[in-house]
Design a protein around this ligand. Sequence first.
Ligand SMILES: Cc1cc2nc3c(=O)[nH]c(=O)nc-3n(C[C@H](O)[C@H](O)[C@H](O)COP(=O)(O)OP(=O)(O)OC[C@H]3O[C@@H](n4cnc5c(N)ncnc54)[C@H](O)[C@@H]3O)c2cc1C
Length: 501
Amino acid sequence: MSTNTENVLQNHLTTARAGVAAIMPDFTEVRTNTVTPALVEPLRSGMRGPVILPEDPAYDTARRVWNAMIDKRPGAIARCTGVADVMHAVRTAREVGVTLSVRGGGHNIAGNALCDGGLTIDLSEMRTVHIDPQTRRAHVSPGALLADLDHEAQAFGLATPLGINSTTGVAGLTLGGGFGWLTRRFGLTIDNLVAADVVTADGQRLHTAEDEHEELFWALRGGGGNFGVVTRFEFALHPVGPEVLSGLVVYPFEQAPRVLAEYNESISEMPDELSVWAVLRKAPPLPFLPESIHGREVVIFAVAYSPESGDGMREIEPVRRFGDPSGEHVGRMPYSAWQQAFDPLLTPGARNYWKSHNFTGLSDGVITTIVDNAGRLPSPQCEIFIGQLGGAASRIAADATAYPHRDANFVMNVHARWDQPTQDEDCIRWARSFFEAAEPYATGGVYSNFLTADELARTGAAYGVNYDRLAAIKRQYDPDNFFHVNWNIPPAGDGRVAGVG
Ligand SMILES: Cc1cc2nc3c(=O)[nH]c(=O)nc-3n(C[C@H](O)[C@H](O)[C@H](O)COP(=O)(O)OP(=O)(O)OC[C@H]3O[C@@H](n4cnc5c(N)ncnc54)[C@H](O)[C@@H]3O)c2cc1C
């Protein structure tokens, strides 16, 4: 790298850090060893894929992630085309002593896919999905997006539980836990993971499963990117679709306290095949809603019923009776289309700041807090998302996998989203103050995949009762904490506290 490039990079780093620190005062700088010319040539010489540097035309696109608040500038991006590239990049970075980050789908809200100045292993070209319909297994490469897996599996009438935005990466979603419309019926994404290949800090690839490197396999199911670079996921698949009964039932905001209380009451009676998520936001101009409520606050219940048999109309009927709906659009649609239904509201490129709580139930107190804050949305794109879990996901012990939050029946995501930097302060302040007001009603646990960049102090809460076991496994497989650009678990005994870097 030329001196000029290094200077430009350094200036960008300083500006970016100052910007983030102004908005997020709790932000702790990641400890970074930067890329030097000593890394670039050995790296290039052993890679099939390209190594992208700051002076390359492809660089700015390659460093872009879903959340436009993230403006990190890696010193180099190694775009891997296969496992050999990943092993080579890990070994080279390790030998030279450079900071490493790993990018799957690039959706992580905290921007952990990238590191400032270090080396980013970019897996986005590795998107192959192979389905074996006989054994009902999916073999998934680490750059695959949810839509890639759904597309291939649905060709055989199969699916595994994934998230609700089809452009999310399978890798990051799985390593944190993963939940979506099928979770109440078939468990979390990790509950369907049967094996994973991982390149560990020494550059070796290990095959992990219930009976092979079983502690490492346990840790991968909720322990995030702490243990190595996963190069292949193997999932169990289930017959789903090709159509599911799904859609939206929309209530006017005035009925919010009543319909949310009814929602909370109804969950004990709900079959596992039914998932109902609540969204409080300003109504998009949907054709089935009266124009008079377009742009006004509403409560939207998104329903998905994927039965073994029957049409599901009877099962979703209670959702229509939570109150007097303003409109609804519910019917049978292809499963893979429903998996993409929320994509238009969650496009990349906007500025985003999230705060998340887990709840066992929606008490009157939290409903009042939710309604108060939903009445003060600081931008038309802000929303409060309440995902429903329970069902099969809750019938697994908290220590059966590294993901500990089996008690959470609801995961609330305070999703602040806007376009202009001038709105940063208002939107972030709203999310934080809502989060604080809702805290007394929450379990204290948090889904690691929903943590924002300034939430280092919540890292322990993300791993909960499983933290000590994870730290011991970290000591075994990554004693030098080489993989630390993630919600970091320092190796047991090294004296550092959890957090990024
Ligand atoms: C719009 C939107 C909707 C979402 N909806 C849901 C949802 O419905 N359900 C849900 O469970 N989650 C959901 N999420 C959260 C999502 O699971 C996380 O953002 C997840 O981290 C995304 O994974 P990724 O591969 O795209 O991310 P990346 O940003 O690429 O990576 C995320 C983290 O995983 C690590 N990582 C990625 N790939 C690998 C690998 N192969 N090996 C080791 N470490 C790796 C990275 O280093 C980083 O620390 C949503 C996120 C967004 C932005």
